[in-house]
Design a protein around this ligand. Sequence first.
Ligand code: ZN
Length: 92
Amino acid sequence: MEKIINGKKKCTKCKEVKLLEAFLPTKQISSGITSKCKKCFNEYSKNWRLKNLEKTRAYFSEYRRKKNPSLGQPQIFVRDEKGKFAKRPLIK
Ligand SMILES: [Zn+2]
């Protein structure tokens, strides 16, 4: 149970007692605020996003490989006379 004393609450992560302003409001918990302070919550969600980004990336590249095996191979670009990649066929 979340304990709020004199408008202060202990963060479950850094164990620091902080003002309620230091916590994010949430509708998911009965106390109305998150159990982690904003600082810890930001770190947590950042790490979560990073972790999931890798997972998502791995998942999608695997998915794409299965769907279209040629995608994993290097693509061939046409270069124009200046050595730049041509976006469309060179027609003069
Ligand atoms: Zn904290």
